[in-house]
Ligand binder design. Structure first.
Ligand code: NAD
Length: 491
């Protein structure tokens, strides 16, 4: 398939950047240039924001009935399904995500639109009757122009997770996709346009975080910033957006514990531990990247884990049998390799995997497992965001909870035990936005998604997305001749 240059999409049409500059997107499998990408700057962001602002204030989008908007959102879902194979191909080409998993992500992108199409139609307010004197009620209104800033991991799924609730509630948007994965966002713009969404409602500007991203955050006509990415970037964005008082949603990094107790179904726990870390090339925010294993079963479980990790299929992401593909970018590959060096220098045992050859073409990192890890080590505390798992033993329930919480992040956690009360007790004590008991990450789109501590602020998903993407207005109606103080009437 011939890949066209990735251009911005503003006011219903593709366009080049104002400065006429381009950058390259690179194939992670072979290091070759896939295509050129338009590089956006402040001027391009300004054009896109003005288009979105005009579409919001003057266009039909926010005035449409929820039903009509919902119909158009379903059109987008159908467009995504029709183009699912091409989208999966582009995602694999651009990011190295194995094709079987990229197909799953493309299907989820369509689900995101179907889900929020329905959900937005069901949006309701609250009423507060006050005896017979007042009837007070709330309504939800779209906020305005949203800046959506997304990372390079599962970029299609994550961008649609923001775009769908944002548009379904009548806002307009400017998407700034990650610079390492621009292809599916470019195709998505066409699909959204073809679905019948009015011009200016959805815009895409490519470019780097420090220029295009920062300009979007600072723009005074942007009311909301929904950001997914690294914690340090999130902090920078909040600083930069503070002078224009924006509403923020922050989905940030993670270092999530998987606590496996001796009384768990160990075969299922093993499946979930391996999938939870090594799927999506280990580039998953909710990855269970810290295995906390009860000491009485440590040796047995780690032996079985080693066998499984050693057999994970690393290779060509277009081979449907591949389980782990190349990492997104050479810089990220080097960062993950550096963490393997750090783990060795900290004295952890490299049980499986390790360095890739220096002259290797493509960003392939061998699925890696460190054992004999202490929780204070950097490999146990910092987000590696690659196929590297660390295993830490514990002796008691109290110690498991302590270790699970002794980390800066708090996105997800996974608890494995067949003891009912222990499962709920531990789930309740772990400091994280989400916990799964006896399961890998299985999403229910109705439930709130997000993290605590350094993993984020706010929740998206279900009606929680509407907390962010709508303004809640309270209307107070007098139903009687209630008393009004008569200032200035006193004799
Ligand atoms: P990143 O923070 O480097 O970049 C994310 C986006 O922010 C990119 O589009 C980038 O261009 C932009 N950006 C960078 N600097 C900016 C600035 N100063 N102003 C505005 N925009 C700026 O993150 P990444 O490396 O692309 O993604 C990986 C990270 O994302 C990991 O930490 C991962 O855990 C996190 N993540 C979190 C979730 C979640 O839901 N909590 C989901 C997926 C990924």
């Amino acid at each position: 398939m011939e890949i066209q240059p990735a251009r911005h999409f503003i006011q219903g049409a593709y366009c080049d950047g104002v400065q006429g500059k381009w950058f390259e997107t690179i194939n992670p499998t072979n290091g070759e240039v896939i295509t050129q990408v338009a590089e956006g700057f402040e001027e391009d962001i300004h054009r896109a924001v003005c288009a979105a602002h005009q579409a919001f204030h003057e266009g039909p989008w926010r005035r449409m009935s929820a039903k009509e908007r919902s119909r158009l959102m379903v059109n987008i879902a159908e467009g995504l399904e029709k183009n699912g194979e091409e989208l999966a191909y582009l995602e694999t080409l651009d990011t190295g995500l194995p094709i079987a998993q990229a197909r799953g992500q493309a299907a989820r992108a369509a689900d995101n639109f179907r889900f929020f199409a329905k959900k937005a139609e069901e949006m309701t307010g609250e009423t507060y009757p006050v005896d017979e004197s007042f009837l007070n009620y709330t309504v939800r209104r779209p906020v305005g122009v949203a800046g959506l800033i997304t990372p390079w991991n599962t970029p299609l799924m994550l961008s649609t997770w923001k775009i769908a609730p944002c548009l379904a509630t009548g806002n307009t948007a400017v998407l700034k996709p990650a610079e390492w994965s621009p292809l599916t966002a470019t195709k998505l713009a066409q699909i959204i346009h073809d679905a019948g969404i009015p011009e200016g409602v959805f815009n895409v500007v490519h470019g780097f975080g420090e220029t295009a991203g920062a300009a979007l955050v600072a723009h005074p006509l942007v009311n909301l910033i929904s950001f997914t990415g690294e914690t340090t970037t999130g902090k920078e964005i909040m600083r930069n957006g503070s002078s224009t008082l924006k509403r923020f949603s922050m989905e940030l990094g993670g270092k999530s514990p998987v606590v496996v107790f001796a009384d768990a179904d160990l075969e299922r726990a093993l499946d979930a531990v391996v999938f939870g870390l090594y799927s999506l090339n280990g580039e998953r925010c909710t990855a269970g990247s810290r295995l906390l294993i009860e000491r009485s079963i440590k040796d047995e479980f780690e032996e079985r884990l080693k066998e499984r990790v050693a057999r994970i299929r690393l290779g060509d992401p277009f081979d449907p049998k591949t389980e782990v593909g190349p990492l997104i970018h050479r810089n990220h590959y080097q960062r993950v390799q550096e963490y393997i060096r750090v783990g060795l220098s900290e004295g952890a045992t490299l049980a499986v995997g390790g360095f890739s050859p220096d002259d290797q073409v493509g960003n392939f990192v061998r699925p890696t497992l460190f054992t004999n890890v202490r929780n204070g080590m950097r490999i146990a505390q910092e987000e590696i965001f690659g196929p590297v798992l660390v295993s830490i033993p514990f002796d008691s329930e109290e110690e498991a909870v302590h270790l699970a919480n002794d980390v800066a992040y708090g996105l997800a956690a996974y608890v494995w035990t067949n003891n009912l009360t222990k499962a709920h007790r531990v789930a309740g004590q772990i400091e994280s936005g989400m916990v799964w008991i006896n399961s890998q990450n299985v999403r229910d789109l109705r439930t709130p998604f997000g993290g605590s501590k350094n993993s984020g602020i706010g929740r998206e998903g279900g009606h929680y997305s509407f907390e962010f993407y709508t303004e809640l207005k309270t209307i107070h109606v007098s139903m009687s001749h209630h008393p009004i103080p008569k200032f200035g009437k006193v004799e």
